[in-house]
Structure formats: structure tokens, C-alpha cells
Design a protein around this ligand. Sequence first.
Ligand SMILES: Cc1ncc(COP(=O)(O)O)c(C=O)c1O
Length: 459
Amino acid sequence: MLNVRDFTEINPIHARPGEPVAAPRTKLGDVELLPETAYQMVHDESILDGNARLNLATFVSTWMDDQANRLYRESFDKNAIDKDEYPQTAAIEQYCWHMLAELWHAPDPANTIGTSTTGSSEACMLGGLALKRRWSQRRRAQGKSVDKPNLVMSTGVQVCWEKFCNYWDVEARQVPISSDHKTLDGSDLEKYVDENTIGVVAIMGVTYTGMYEPVTEIAQALDRIQLATGLDVPIHVDGASGGMIAPFCQPDLIWDFRLPRVASINTSGHKYGLVYPGLGWVVWRDQSLLPEDLIFRVSYLGGDMPTFALNFSRPGAQVLLQYYTFLRLGRPGFTRVQQGSLDVARFLAMSIAQMEQFELWNDGSDIPVFAWMLSDDPARKWSLYDLSDRLRMQGWQVPAYPMPSDLQDLTVQRIVVRNGMSLDLADRFMAEFRAAVAYLDKLAGPLPKPASQPVGFRH
Ligand SMILES: Cc1ncc(COP(=O)(O)O)c(C=O)c1O
């Protein structure tokens, strides 16, 4: 149920002679409006949205330069699926995922296969589907049951993996994260992997905290499992964010196709790929890893068009924008932009760590994202949710939320630094952050310690 008034008042601001004085807000009206009036109504309602530059919650790009904006305007009518009508956009899509294959050290980039998607969620679904299909083909060939596939991942996965498992009848085997094991790190993996495991998901940039899961250690644990049991379990790396940070800022970190066990990798073009929403990518290490029977060939738009996607029609402009960022920035430009975000994240993390009210969960040195929690103080009367509200009053969006299952009693707050959050803006944010904390401390005032208050209680 929409909790809004049924009508939008047009009078007295926008009414023009002969126009109705109100327009239905939530159902199709019986009259037409002038384009100017309709525009103004939508514009006015949308100005109530937050200011994207002050949104420290989202990973998704909110800024591109003028040339990108021009390209966007020139191409927002292109449908990516019309590959026959827009063969150059289709070719550019291929250039892009070949570039990613090379960036992620595919042994033979010319022999890889990939696709653009609407975002990492779709890319993860495709990666997961390929894992499932390969597993079931192998099992069927051995005359074994394909009734109970499972996918191993940490409890810190993004919801798209839980969706994948739900939608495609795969058991989600989730390894709990804890204060000792802050990410999936390969320990105890043998308790989760069995003959029905279609793969293991390793995340480069956990959504809750921004931490990298150590893909090398996970691969080594799977090597040991293979030695002991013969099971050969592939890895899909969810590089939604880190896939576009690690190659530039941590080039020596081994997490990608340099590990033979990594079968496929996804990233979000619209996160640290620096493109507007919605664009994602998925690349397989070589063509044999994407079963041919998942690829559809459709001819009714002309030509023979292979597709592996959940959507049919979707915007083609983002693909061109991605190519623009690749050409425009190259390796040095991406390194400079991403390192700039990492520097700002480190500055913010260190500034927050210096405040007695907080403890860092991580320090923003993997991707430019970090989370913190309240330090123990039974006398404190405010929570991170209160702080989030207080910052919201100044326009800053800094979410507070519980950690995933097994740690759900722990509330954290997180900042995502993106291109556009300058050191100067970060400095001003810290001034308002300190003021908000001082306000809450003063407002609540210290309380006498109640005898029953459990020590270590976190709000
Ligand atoms: C690790 C991870 N995987 C997948 C996704 C889903 O990405 P998208 O929003 O591009 O669909 C996200 C989004 O935050 C993410 O952080």
C-alpha cells in the first residue's frame, strides 16, 4: 500500500490556463497534462531524494565526466540485445570483456568467454548457473544423482547468492563468519564441501565490510580436499567491487585467473568500473567452462545471435560508457582514481579509529570500504542507528545494520568511498561526524552503571 495522497496539487505553482488543478498520483489519470507540467511534477517529487555525493552507503557510481554524459545522451536509445542493429556496440561489449579477461590474467584471453549484464547480481546468477550445469553434466555422465546441488559461501555473501540458491534450487551452504574468521578463509572448508558441491564463492570485497576473502587460501584448502577425496571443486570469484580495485591497487595479490581453480569472475561496471547503473560483467577463464547448452541463439532480430543472459532487452549505453572509461583512464588512470578513494577511506577509518566511542571492524585497505562498531561502554545511551539518523539530518547517508547470522547481535556502520568523495569533503564529513557524536553523548549523558548490564553489550 502506498502511503501517499492520491492527488498531486498542481495549483498554484504549475497550473497553466485550461489545465486541471490536481493530477492523480498513483493511478493513470483521465486527462493529459502539458509535458512541462508533467516534467515539473516528476522533477519536484524527485528532489526529495538524497544528494548522491553525500550518499556513503552505495557502491554505485554517481558521477561521470561531461564526455561520458555526452556519450550517454547519444546512446541511451540503444538496446544492447539488438546486436544486428548495433553491431558496433556488440563488438565493443566484446572488447570490454576481453580487456577484463586480460586484466584478470586469463591464461589465453582470446579463448575466454564473457558477457555484459545489468549488474553483478545477474552476472553472479550466470556464473552460478554455469557451475551448476557443469556439475550436473559431470554427475549425469557418471550415472549419479543431480538432486541435491549445494554451493559453499560465507554468511557474508551479498543477497544475490541467496537468491541464486533459492531461484535455482541449490542448497546455500554458508560458512559462518566470526570475530576470529571475519571472512571465508578456507578453514573448516572440508566440513562443507562434498560430492554435491557445484562450487565455492569467494568474495573480493564483502558487502558488509569491504574485506577481501583470501582466494588463494580458499583455493589451497580446495587443493587439499581434492588430494584427500578426489573432488575437484571450482571457485567463482564475486569481484563485484574488488574486481576493479585489486588489479590496480594490489597487483601482487593473487585472487584471479592466476589461480587455476578460479573458473569465473564477475564485477559491477557500475561500481568501481566507474559507470552509471546498471552494468555488470562476467568472464569465464576459458570457453569450455561455459556449457554450450546454456547459450541461446536467436535469429528473429536478424543474424545469428548467441546470448547468455537473464534479461533480453537492456540498455546498451552503459557498455559504451564502460569502453569510454577503459580508453580514457587506462591502467594509470584507474590506479590513480581507485588509489584516491583508498586514501580517503584510510583517512576516514583512521579518524574514526581515534575516537574512543568506536572500534574498527576493518580499515578500508582492501576496497575503499570499512565498517566500525561501538566500543564497549555500558553507560552509553545511543546506538549507531541514532548516529546514522543524526548524520542524515546533515544529508549524509551512512547506514547502520546488523552483521549476518551468527554475528547478528553486532551492529556496524559502514562507509563506501567512491570517486567524487574528495579528501576535502571527507574532512568536512568528519567535522559533522564528530559534532553528531558530541551531540549524542551530551544529550544522553552518562548514566550510573546498572549492576545487571552485561559487560561487552553492543548496541
Ligand atoms: C559482493 C557483491 N556481490 C554482488 C552484488 C550485487 O551487485 P549489483 O548491485 O551490481 O547487482 C553486490 C552489491 O553490492 C556485492 O557487494
